[in-house]
Design a protein around this ligand. Sequence first.
Ligand code: GLU
Length: 315
Amino acid sequence: MSQANLDFPEPSATPARGTYRGRFAPSPTGPLHIGSLVTALASWLDARVHGGTWLVRIEDIDFQRNVPGADRDILAALEAFGLAPDEAPQWQSAHLHRFETALAQLQAIDQLYPCGCTRREIADSVTTIDANGRLRHQTLIYPGTCRNGLNGRPPRAWRVRVPEADTATICFEDRWQGTQCQNIAEAVGDFVLKRADGMWAYQIAVVADDAAQGITDVVRGADLLDSTPRQIYLQQLLGLPPVRYMHVPVVVNADGEKLSKQTGARAINRSQPLAALTEAARHLGLEIRAEDLEGFYRDAVPAWANRIAQLSPAT
Ligand code: GLU
């Protein structure tokens, strides 16, 4: 059985000029809001500073969560903000075969198995209380019920095997957050790649797409930090090139929740792009005082270069 951390090249700490490929990967669940603008701006600035290419990928494979027209709306908003992608945008739903291929590859190396558990059964068996006395329902740690067979139950979902806990720690160097480590056996267990309803899980889709699009650098919100070790694990199993990561702070509302449509984020006023961009830049620690969009970007690119130089001399 293959194991995490063996013979897997580390990405070099410094993105190379000219070969850098970054992306912004919004889910079309609503209009662009200040939280997503922060992520878009950070990934765009990072691509510019490294003389790279910046792509936009619409992550529209969770069909129940898609809002009709939100994809076009996000693309139009990016355009209005001066954040046009360097290549034509891609829609994740247009190449589901990539995920099927990745799944078949994992099956061929015996790292995949069908799972017959219902969501309720798994939740019932893993509810725990964390150090702060709170019930943990959010990350369902799979107890491995179907690891060795379905016991006559019909297959529902497909899971990838993770190594035993003593070899399941994945570490990576985050360009904003520093060294991050997670034991994926203890944090999540064998995780779902294809759901019981036939939908693809974000983890496999993002890994397959980033590789297919030659992405070298992922800059996204820190709310996805705890997904990254799973994604690195899948890259390792699939023999894909490693990616550098930077997780920027997420914008939160007054209750400390990540801004999303569900937590009351409103669409940004597109007629005042400079005000919204100035606010987004401030969130990233950049104080830009410009009169127009052109001036904003002229100042923001060197300001970002200074900002990341403070984070780590290597970036
Ligand atoms: N589609 C994900 C989201 O909107 C982001 C995925 C990523 O950047 O890896 O939260």
